[in-house]
Design a protein around this ligand. Structure first.
Ligand code: ADP
Length: 421
């Protein structure tokens, strides 16, 4: 039975949290939305990945409460609501409204909120969120298209989204440790505060505060709090947390990302002399059977080692395609093709699949019908190998989902060198 039940408001956030929990020693399962079945593998934590960050607040609340119900039905003792470390939200939601709905559902009158993630340069001091060396509203988050952050004072930001009173546990209290934090929580509760922003300017702060949250049914945070929280369940970092079933089968990379890092990774892979084939969006748009051609090309090569299928192109080429096909229609057409290729590769025996691109990964996972993934070894920061079962691979397969700008230049070859065979 899982000890900790997590709900993340977007997919990369879910992966990030899962990765931190694994580093803290927990065995972790990530699910795409709320699964229609019980957990199939014994783990310490489950992270339900939702798409609730910027959807209308009523949808976010409904999906989150469904996830919380499911997590508790699996045995989770504490719920962790994970949002972005830049606290992405507006007065209309969804962090505050979702938090209060969870408090009501879990029957608790108090919870905490800290997006701090010092490893990623997100720190909270006197309730103010810093991104690197600048306050939140001076960072690029100021111009975010969906959730522009114009106020760095999180007490004020969260209060605008909540009917409960929002308070602060500041860095001096955090520095004094568990006893002082518990005393401050009691004081805030007596003052009628329902949610407290908690300062953290270092990993040590996060580790120091975690024991004080041992008994509260709900915590809300970025992914930073995760590694400290695992100790509350008597778990400490261990290699075993990331061990997955042995990998087998053929190896392939499907890359639909055009980010600079992926462009370099694609070139580096091609330089090794391994087979690589490009997908031409204009041939796709003309209705040619590009997917069939690619799969016919790959099939005889797979037994000799990894192959790469890419639509990756540099900015000029991407713009030209977008001008002809439209940004959204062109993107969706390519994503569908890459997903069909991923599925075809798995049907041909690929059991170690690297997918590059956030949207591309979403399309591939959906096409493969992957609903749960167990989190394994990190290949590069933020990108772990995962193990999943799906129709095309009922015996299980390894899959790594790399968002565009992640990973070093040799990522595509490094990934296969690191998988546990
Ligand atoms: P990233 O994580 O790098 O942003 P995504 O997969 O999220 O990668 O997004 C890349 C988008 O670009 C997808 O919609 C994909 O279909 C599209 N795309 C991929 N290759 C091309 C190309 N050659 N021309 C135009 N668009 C492309």
């Amino acid at each position: 039975m899982p000890l900790l039940g997590c709900i993340a408001d977007d997919f990369t956030g879910a992966t990030d949290l899962a990765n931190n929990l694994v580093r803290g020693g927990m065995r972790v399962m990530l699910t795409m939305g709320v699964p229609p079945m019980r957990l199939t593998v014994d783990v310490d934590a489950v992270v339900v990945s939702l798409k609730s960050r910027t959807v209308p607040v009523t949808d976010a609340v409904r999906d989150t409460l469904n996830a919380a119900d499911w997590l508790r039905s699996q045995g989770a003792r504490q719920v962790y609501f994970k949002y972005c470390s830049t606290f992405d939200s507006t007065p209309d939601g969804n962090i505050g409204q979702v938090t209060e709905a969870l408090m009501d559902a879990l029957g608790t009158d108090f919870t905490i909120a800290t997006p701090a993630f010092p490893d990623n340069q997100r720190t909270v001091f006197k309730g103010h969120l810093f991104v690197g060396d600048v306050l939140l509203h001076e960072s690029s988050m100021r111009d975010h298209p969906l959730t522009p952050m114009t106020d760095p004072n999180l007490v004020r930001v969260l209060q605008a989204q909540c009917s409960r009173k929002v308070g602060l546990i500041d860095y001096r209290v955090v520095a004094e440790g568990e006893g002082a934090i518990r005393a401050r929580i009691a004081q805030l509760r007596a003052e009628g505060v329902g949610i407290a922003i908690v300062d953290a300017i270092s990993n040590a702060d996060l580790a120091r505060m975690a024991p004080a949250f041992h008994d509260i049914p709900l915590v809300t945070a970025g992914s930073g709090l995760a590694s400290g929280l695992t100790a509350n369940f008597g778990i400490s970092p261990s290699e075993k947390a990331s061990s997955l079933p042995a990998a087998g089968g053929f190896q392939a990379v499907v890359s639909g990302s055009c980010s600079l890092a992926t462009q370099r990774q694609t070139l580096a892979f091609a330089k090794t002399g391994r087979p690589a084939v490009g997908v031409d969006p204009l041939r796709l748009a003309a209705g040619e059977d590009v997917v069939g051609d690619v799969l016919a090309w790959a099939e005889p090569l797979l037994k000799d080692g990894p192959v790469l299928v890419y639509s990756t192109a540099e900015a000029g080429a991407v713009k030209a395609v977008q001008a002809k096909l439209g940004v959204e229609q062109g993107g969706a057409l390519i994503e569908h093709a890459m997903a069909a290729i991923a599925r075809g590769l798995v049907e041909r025996g690929v059991r170690q699949l690297v997918v590059a691109g956030g949207e591309t990964s979403g399309a591939c996972v959906q096409e493969l019908g992957v609903m749960q993934m167990q989190i394994g070894t990190q290949i590069d920061p933020g990108v772990p190998w995962c193990h999943a079962y799906c129709d095309g691979a009922p015996d299980g397969m390894h899959i790594a989902l790399k968002s565009g700008n992640f990973g070093g230049e040799e990522f595509f070859t490094k990934a296969f060198a690191l998988v546990d065979a």
